[in-house]
Design a binder for this molecule. Sequence first.
Ligand code: FRU
Length: 643
Amino acid sequence: SGFLGKGLVNSFLGGDDSTGTLTSPAFTIERIHINFLIGGGKYAGQTCINLVIDGKVVRTATGPNDVAGGSERLDWENWDVTDLAGKSATIRIVDERRGGWGHINVDQIVQSDRPQRFEPAGRELVIEKRYLHIPVKNGGRKVRMKLTDAGRTVREFDVELADGNADFQTFLDLEGFRGKRLAVEVDRLPIDSKALDAIHQADEVPSAAALYSEFVRPQFHFTSRRGWLNDPNGLVYSGGQWHLFYQHNPYGWGWGNMHWGHAVSKDLFHWQELPIALYPQRYDDWCFSGSAVVDVNNTSGFKTGTGDLLVAAYTSTGRGECIVFSNDAGRTWSEFAGNPVVKHAGRDPKLLWHEPSQSWVMALYDEFENKQWIAFYTSKDLKTWEIQSRIDGFFECPDLFELPVAGQSGTSKWVLYAADGKYRLGQFDGRKFIPETEKLQLWHGNFYAAQTYSNAPDGRRVQIGWGNGIEFRGMPFNQQMVLPVELTLRSTADGPRLFAEPVRELAGLEGPTRRWSEVPLAENENPLADVRGELLRITAEIEPGQADFVGFTVRGVSVRYDAQKRQLVCRGVAAPLMPVDGVVTMEIIVDRGSIEVFGNGGRTALSVGGVLAADDRSLKTEVAGTGARLKSLKVVELKSAWK
Ligand code: FRU
């Protein structure tokens, strides 16, 4: 990227091993500058562009990249050729290098009176309004932007700053800086760039009136107002609110600049996004994933107010595992002075209170001796931590919790869960996890880095996952959370297993409902021809009979039970599901950007991303073969949580 027009010189011809030279006709040096765009390998004399006069190389430049890495972006370079005025010259582009970065990319070689190059740029602003609107061009040149207050850096991050047309406006929250004179600086802009002029102050976030009514905005799955999100973090119930913190890039559509975003809800569907909860302490010390608890007994001694004391643990990429606390319902957080509390290779601390041993436990993803583990640390006060044990074979974002086995009073199991949604059941004594099963899998598809709520009322185990990879192109936001589910452990023929069902609060979004029973299904017939809907909750009890497959086409997307393979299938995501007494049940939840499918009351769960065709609101049955029947069917129209 970074070249202009339709073509460029690119010596990556079938790979890095191609070599050769490309030489221009002779020309006369008529201006004082030669500007060009260059990218590729940083090997002097080997991957370069040369200015040649009388057979001698008088100027040379390489690309910017070597084994340390880089990007395939071309950027401006410039030669001052004042001393060569009037000479006859040629340009020779050279690739004599094989292997990594053994290529050179050049474009737009121009004689000019003015140099084309990058320089640091800046602007001063007296802050009069709450928000700074910053135009972003997806895939544009990344600059490092810094805001300073009398020389002290108050924000620093990367941003694909638009230099011309923007894809969207992001915003920086400058609450607390009103009246101050801040300098906005970027590390490099083309010398004539007007990019900084387009930054402006406003009392409202960009497009405030249109917020949440963007045409593909998910209507009941959580998305951030703008920017990127990934893992749910710090899931804690407190003061009648479900807190959802999350991995957040406030300044770009892609991953980066990790902050903790924050939203709260009374019912897990109507979310109110709050200001950012955790800002990085400095550039390159990002706030990675973590968790939060209510320190009911003030074991940490951080309590100052009368409300719940919230304590969170997160990975500071520059320091280690850190503790922060909040006495104002998660609105503002203070760093524990003794941070970091754990230093190791790893991340993603999950805190829990272990009642029998009256201790805090931190389950951590740990890269110990080049293996991937979950490590268990314990503490009495959330400040001093001691390692107790490790179990290997788990990658990122651990979760650990105990659940009763439904219907077996007095029996409970511990669930050890990692980012990919695979879990093992076993026992945990506060120090060591003893597995009793192999890895099991409940969720399939666009699902990653899930976490369950601490302190949830009534012993509920509510889980939210990240719908990783669910993209919203053309929107100011990207990625969504998966539907909140309640986890239970139920006995099955294979032993106890985790089940996931949409939380009961989803009923609060239910609108008009239609029901059917005992509907025979035949190929090319559609008993649902008069049903229309955009946001849907469909519950079906299906008898496949002798059919090869049976299911629905929901707004053009097939969601079916493959009776041959005994799988639920939607958009290429397949999950095993066995009929129970000849019946499978499917619960299908349809939003604008995804479909979730729960099989047999949550025995298996699918999260399947992909924006649905806005103009297709149809519902059809689909079947191949004979004897299939819908024992029962309920189609509920769901309401938007934003309206
Ligand atoms: C999982 C993860 C975590 C990390 C975070 C960074 O998706 O890679 O391990 O803390 O995302 O955003």
